[in-house]
Design a protein around this ligand. Structure first.
Ligand SMILES: Nc1ncnc2c1ncn2[C@@H]1O[C@H](COP(=O)(O)OP(=O)(O)OP(=O)(O)O)[C@@H](O)[C@H]1O
Ligand SMILES: [Mg+2]
Length: 355
């Protein structure tokens, strides 16, 4: 068992709070992606898990064992950071074997077996004897991944391991990474600010902002059921639309709504209400349909992978639209937008409101 428990962990640097009372657990054998914008505290949290940083308060437990005060080498975790330390004068196989060399619990035969296994899964067996300095950045990172997983520690931490890898090699690396994690069921925490990477790799995603975890759930749930405006905006390409709304006499009114919605009785009074809609849920037609509102097309539609991305304006309100069909009007022309009610989300002061 190597469940990771983060028990009310806070980290302050002077008066600045980088990690703000995080209280959560990463399940044994799962790949958890820590996803969030630059500066939100991802690396700080990883360094706390690795033992490179002591929390200001709170505890960290691995498999029920309190490791808060343990140095990195006593935690039995594998790590891959953005710029991993590699030994240029050692071969690929030697680099992978290195963390096991002084481990008396691992025999030389077992060490070779593990190195071979990792070389196979990562599809770099022919490079076993090559030197690190002769490899491109993507392959180097594969070796770093191999080294982190081969020792079979129960927990492996990755901090943006694909950042310095060029685009083509990146996909390959992610594919290899996925294979490795499926083969060796370790508890993995993988930091990224790239939503596609997180959606591809994670069993669950922890969405982080300003030192806090806003939501921790399966990728599809994060995408379809964001609990915050931030989550709706941060995930998606482009992110969710937010249209301001007001509550009057028990009804929610908004520029995007042809007919007002009944306001839930428990909606907080005086809160800033917005309606959230994913751009791919907006239907755009040339003629009015039931529940549609007229809008002016204000952006040249660009076609991407068989879809069209554009924007339309209702009065002052701009709506991003991502549609399967080419827009039915030219730039500056009138279109009609409608959104199925079940696809609308209500937010009060930035938090998703569910009655
Ligand atoms: N040793 C330190 N002293 C002071 N401030 C720090 C220290 N380490 C981190 N910070 C601050 O804490 C905040 C979080 O930093 P952190 O590196 O954890 O963010 P991150 O989410 O990993 O960002 P990125 O995506 O850019 O890597 C930042 O504002 C950073 O400047
Ligand atoms: Mg970082």
């Amino acid at each position: 068992m190597a469940e990771i428990v983060i028990d009310h962990v806070t980290k302050r640097f002077g008066s600045f709070t980088a990690v703000d009372d995080i209280d959560m657990r990463f399940a044994d054998g799962e790949v958890a992606c820590l996803l969030g914008p630059s500066g939100c505290g991802k690396t700080t949290l990883m360094r706390i898990l690795a033992g490179l940083e002591r929390p200001t308060s709170g505890r960290v437990l691995f498999g029920g064992r309190d490791v808060t005060a343990l140095p990195p080498r006593k935690r039995n975790v594998g790590m891959v950071f953005q710029y991993p330390v590699m030994y240029p004068t050692l071969s690929v196989a030697e680099n992978i074997a290195l963390p096991m060399v002084h481990d008396r619990a691992v025999s030389a035969t077992e060490r070779r077996r593990r190195v071979d296994e990792v070389l196979d899964v990562l599809d770099i067996r022919p490079l076993a004897g090559a030197f690190i300095e002769d490899l491109d950045s993507g392959t180097r990172q594969k070796v770093a991944v191999g080294r982190a997983v081969a020792r079979q520690s129960e927990i492996v931490l990755f901090d943006e391991p694909t950042t310095n890898v060029e685009v083509n090699a990146k996909l390959q690396l992610i594919r290899a990474f996925k294979l490795v994690t499926q083969r060796l069921r370790q508890t993995i925490v993988y930091v990224t600010h790239d939503q596609t990477e997180a959606m591809t790799l994670a069993d669950r995603i922890a969405l982080m902002k300003s030192g806090r975890i806003l939501q921790y759930d399966k990728p599809q749930v994060l995408y379809n059921e964001p609990t915050s405006e931030f989550g709706g905006w941060f995930l998606g390409n482009p992110g969710m639309n937010f249209v301001s709304a007001r509550v009057e006499e028990g009804l929610v009114r908004s520029a995007i709504l042809a007919d007002p919605l009944p306001a839930p009785a428990t909606l907080p009074r005086g809160a800033a209400i917005t309606i959230g809609i994913r751009p791919e849920r907006v239907r755009m037609t040339g003629e009015p349909v039931a529940g549609s509102v007229p809008a002016i097309l204000v952006d040249q539609a660009i076609g991407i992978a068989g879809r069209y991305l554009t924007r339309a304006r209702i009065g002052e309100t701009e709506i991003k639209v991502n549609t399967e069909r080419r827009p039915p009007a030219p730039l500056g022309g009138t279109v009609h937008l409608s959104v199925p009610r079940e696809r609308l989300m209500l937010f009060a002061d930035g938090t998703r409101f569910t009655a």
